[in-house]
Design a protein around this ligand. Structure first.
Ligand code: V1P
Ligand code: CA
Ligand code: ZN
Length: 395
């Protein structure tokens, strides 16, 4: 064993549902729910489970989903084909696309409604454990589906489990800070809390309108600026270019989140850890290593407020599992204890017999490095802009 023990003085809970991982978006679709199985197998093979409270996530009820989504949308989602429906019914290209369901990004697949309620159930369970103070950090890698809107699916996301979880947190905490390190803009969460000053959203993402999904989240987009809107200035966007490195990202993250923390004084944090910001991601464009990505988790943990950690994007499954396993280790404070060499006896090696030799350590990711198009000058401008926005924020 790796001698991993429970952290002293605080509790970490881990929320998963093995049924969720069995769902398929389709052969060519980049979202692979089995990356969750891979993550869990790596976490378990290190013995990290002994240091956490492990829960099988409930499926969220219709009423729970209704706390954010419209009943029109939920009804349509609920009547999508169950397991025994012939495939040609929902594979039919002439079927009208309603609520953005059924296109290539958000396909209708077998058991879709169950998949969504399990993802949401895990995140809501995590929020409840934080509210009841039974957990100081709650981990829901099956959540983090930040693009879903009240009545619309978007970018592989159908139910916005993050919004549902934050709504739970708002019952017990005055202010919630949402941080999103997925390579895409966290538009659904941002929009949901546009009109409240009790949630501040901060998304770091690649920004290139008309080229990179979803195309929103420019530096000046800080929420509707009406005098009567308490939520004005409570959306922070960090638009980035291709190829950002660990060093730049860590510096930026510390400066931005450090300032935000001082000004907004969150009573809880919701951290979306989309792993598509890692180097070598099939959809992403950044050059982050596991260290750079995980440094964000470590920094947030040090702020000392209760936190939910969500998954999100991540399209090179072996790298997703590496990052999320390492971030789980940070949550339970055993990152120095885990042997960086992937253990020989785990399903990990069976999955990647060939790659295992090429990717010997948990920390290191090999991916074709992308040209870094982020200048020091631009990053300084971004930090300065955040400072100016925060002057409008008073608690
Ligand atoms: O670019 C688009 C849409 C489709 N075009 C009409 C514009 N969609 C993206 C969606 C990315 C979603 C990211 C989700 C997350 O933030 C949270 C879970 O990570 C897209 C891309 C792309 N390269 O950006 N869809 C697909 N690729 C895609 C590829 C193959 C099959 C189906 C979808
Ligand atoms: Ca983001
Ligand atoms: Zn993403």
């Amino acid at each position: 064993t790796y001698g991993i023990t429970r952290p002293k003085g605080y509790n970490v809970s881990f929320h998963t549902n093995p049924e969720m991982e069995k769902h398929h978006f389709g052969q060519t679709h980049p979202m692979k729910p089995w990356r969750l199985t891979l993550t869990k197998s790596l976490v378990m093979s290190y013995g990290m489970s002994f240091a956490m409270d492990n829960y099988i996530a409930r499926t969220a009820t219709y009423e729970e989903l209704e706390s954010f989504h419209s009943s029109d949308y939920l009804d349509y989602l609920a009547t999508t084909p169950a397991d025994d429906t012939p495939r040609d019914d929902y594979d039919n290209p002439d079927r009208p696309v309603k609520f953005n369901l059924g296109g290539s990004d958000c396909p209708l697949f077998q058991g879709l409604y169950d998949y969504c309620s399990m993802s949401a159930g895990g995140s809501m369970d995590a929020a409840r454990k934080i509210c009841s103070k039974q957990s100081d950090i709650a981990i829901a890698w099956g959540g983090g589906l930040h693009h879903a809107k009240r009545s619309e699916a978007s970018g592989f996301c159908y139910i916005n489990d993050i919004v549902l979880a934050i709504l739970q947190l708002l019952r017990c905490f005055p202010r919630v800070l949402y941080i999103d390190i997925d390579v895409h803009h966290g538009d659904g969460v941002e929009e949901a809390f546009f009109s409240t000053d009790r949630v501040m959203t901060v998304s770091f993402h690649k920004y290139q309108p008309d080229v990179f999904f979803p195309g929103t989240g420019g530096l000046d987009d800080n929420g509707p600026k009406s005098e009567h809107n308490p939520g004005a200035h409570h959306a922070i966007n960090i638009p980035l270019n291709d190829g950002i490195t660990d060093e730049q990202y860590e510096h930026l993250f510390r400066s931005v989140i450090g300032q935000v923390n001082e000004r907004f004084r969150p009573s809880a944090i919701a951290l979306q850890c989309g792993a598509d910001s890692l180097a070598g991601d099939r959809l992403g464009r950044f050059n982050l290593q596991v260290q750079g990505h995980a440094a964000c988790v470590a920094f947030c943990k040090k702020l000392g407020v209760p936190m939910i950690i969500f998954g999100g994007g991540g399209y090179t499954p072996r790298n997703v599992a590496r990052a999320w396993a390492f971030e789980t280790a940070i949550a339970i404070d055993c990152q120095d204890r885990i042997d960086p060499v992937i253990p020989a006896h785990t399903p990990w090696r069976d999955h990647f017999q060939h790659e295992a030799a090429l990717f010997p350590t948990l920390e290191q990711i090999l991916g074709e490095p992308r040209n870094n198009k982020n200048t020091a000058k631009r990053l300084q401008e971004i930090v300065a802009h955040v400072g100016e926005q925060l002057r409008f924020v008073n608690i």
